[in-house]
Design a protein around this ligand. Sequence first.
Ligand code: RP5
Length: 163
Amino acid sequence: MKKVCIVMGSDSDLKVMQACMDRLRAFSVPFEVRIVSAHRTPAAAEQLAKNAAADGFGVIIAAAGKAAHLGGVLAAYTTLPVIGVPMGTSVMGGMDSLLSIVQMPKGIPVATVAIDGADNAAILAVQMLALSDGALAEKLLEFKAGMAAEVAAKDEKIRAQFA
Ligand code: RP5
């Protein structure tokens, strides 16, 4: 199976991104984690993205905050899909990160999840890999069925409570 490359602009992003690692583990999807910054280590960002496909990655998840150019820079150097995760920030609540990631110019898309949407980034990456992996697609169906069962159980409980 192809691996997921999780790239963070700083180790200060790790706490939020832990949910991404946890979800990928739950799906038994292999991943590697890197700290690479579009601004502090731009040469490493270029190298990582250029080599990612040959290194066995099928998708890149890029988490960054503030002027969050990491996903866009990685996407510029690879044809692999890049998922951007905007980090919540103290000054602008993460709107700065969100707009920096989502407003890519035409031709270089970065699939952007919600502010601090680490879990959804992992699920989206799994969905991408499942396009060419039937067993993984089965696991996704089970995952969705599990979620639906949970919500249905809550629905039943609340209906009884207010009947
Ligand atoms: C971004 O700047 C990082 O992704 C992080 O979210 C933010 C702050 O980084 P630190 O100053 O905490 O290293 O590059």
